[in-house]
Design a protein around this ligand. Structure first.
Ligand code: HEM
Length: 225
């Protein structure tokens, strides 16, 4: 039987060091398209958010271009993130050990990983980021359509648009904060970045941070690749 958190392509390779495949080429391309979109959306969105940040429109060819391009990048991000969601939702399901992990967040932050329960492919923090991003992107696309006047002006009232602008801005600031946590964690946990650049990590990294997942792979619960 395949474990819930073993994804397509996950596999262990003996050697010195042992390496573990964590992301397929497709998953990585999908991830970096999404990441690029979010950065471009943050820059163009902030440019439209406050006059003091209007200078950022220079990156997109001026104010009119920024206004025109921003929603389209949002549409690309929505479909790209949907791809990530389909790939990763199962491995991000909440499990009993995640509650324990979260309750010991102090040990996570102070580097006492030996006091934490063994976790699968993702820990509770990664799962929170995953579901947080999923929820916020839904809010952003839905509120974004309400204020996309070029095509949808007639479908909502001025009052609805005012609420949508506020919701859109709050969700955008929140997702930028979630994104900062995501990037910080990826850099802070040494050896993680190679998962999304080369697609693999070392056996030591997997043993230290995602031991349950490694055990499943070694124990043959992984999908054949
Ligand atoms: C440019 C900055 C970014 C960097 C450096 C980065 C880095 C990474 C790394 C290293 C991983 C692998 C983590 C692991 O396997 O333990 C990962 C996974 C992931 N990233 Fe990013 N990322 C960035 C932006 C984004 C953005 C903008 C999104 C979505 C809007 C995103 C969504 C995800 C998702 C869904 C995963 C799968 C792992 C999970 O479910 O937690 N990333 N990222």
């Amino acid at each position: 039987m395949t474990a819930y958190d073993v994804e397509r392509g996950d596999a262990v390779h003996p050697g010195k060091p042992v390496t573990v495949d964590r992301y397929t080429g497709g998953a990585r391309i999908n991830h970096w398209i999404t990441a690029t979109c979010l950065v471009l959306l943050a820059l163009s969105g902030l440019a439209l958010f406050h006059p003091s940040l209007f200078f950022l429109t220079g990156l997109f060819g001026g104010g009119q271009w920024t206004r025109a391009i921003h929603p389209w990048i949002g549409v690309v991000l929505f479909f790209s993130f949907t791809g990530l969601f389909i790939r990763f939702w199962r491995a991000n399901l909440w499990k009993a050990e995640d509650g324990t992990w979260l309750a010991r967040l102090k040990d996570v932050l102070t580097g006492h990983e030996e006091r934490l329960p063994e976790v699968g492919k993702y820990n509770a923090g990664q799962k929170a980021v995953f579901w947080g991003m999923s929820f916020l992107i839904l809010i952003l696309i839905a509120s974004g359509f309400v204020i996309w006047d070029q095509y949808f002006a007639a479908y909502s009232t001025i009052d609805q648009k005012r609420i949508a602008v506020l919701v859109h801005a709050v969700a955008a600031v929140t997702i930028i904060c979630v994104w900062i946590v995501h990037v910080y964690a990826a850099i802070w946990v040494r050896g993680t970045i190679s998962a999304m650049t080369r697609g693999r990590v070392t056996g030591g990294w997997a043993w230290r941070h995602h031991r349950k997942w490694l055990r499943e792979l070694v124990g043959g619960k992984g999908r054949r690749s």
